[in-house]
Design a protein around this ligand. Structure first.
Ligand code: DQA
Length: 148
């Protein structure tokens, strides 16, 4: 099983960036956490981070026929990008949305998630743990689909 984990803009600034909201651990720590979680589950992981909407769209398109599931934190593009939503729909790869912070308790402009409309599940406000839960959920979801 191969998963693609996508992180959007400014997540590479973790640790420095608004630590009271996003925590003090840096992006390298998040990537290690994701890699270790996947390794423990025998899952092959491809990690991608970009500050550019088109690069994220290209990466989702490039997953077609190669990747079994996608974990995505589109960051600010969550709330603006119909292009990322359309790319997820176009490839039809099961996807799970993750947000480190509890966006439901933040500004009104964060209350819409376009990408989330194409996701089978969302983990919100759990910090790094949300990525672990998303990976475990996708593993079960994909194994369940294989058995049907
Ligand atoms: C975020 C929440 C978004 O609203 C914000 O723009 C981010 C990070 C999160 O992980 O909590 O950059 O996706």
């Amino acid at each position: 099983m191969k998963l693609l984990i996508i992180n959007g803009p400014n997540l590479n600034m973790l640790g420095l960036r608004e630590p009271d909201i996003y925590g003090r651990q840096d992006f390298a720590a998040l990537e290690n956490f994701i890699r270790e979680t996947c390794e423990a589950q025998g899952i092959e992981a491809e990690l991608f981070q970009s500050n550019h909407e088109g690069a994220i769209v290209d990466t989702i398109q490039g997953a077609y026929g190669r990747i079994d599931g996608i974990v995505i934190n589109p960051a600010a593009y969550t709330h603006t990008s119909v292009a990322i939503l359309d790319a997820l729909k176009a490839v039809s790869i099961p996807a799970v949305e993750v947000h480190l912070s509890d966006v439901t308790k933040r500004e009104s402009f964060r209350q819409i998630s376009y990408a989330g409309l194409a996701c089978v599940k969302s983990y919100i406000g759990l910090g790094f743990e949300g990525y672990r839960q998303a990976i475990l959920f996708l593993k079960n979801y994909l194994e369940g689909r294989e058995n049907t």
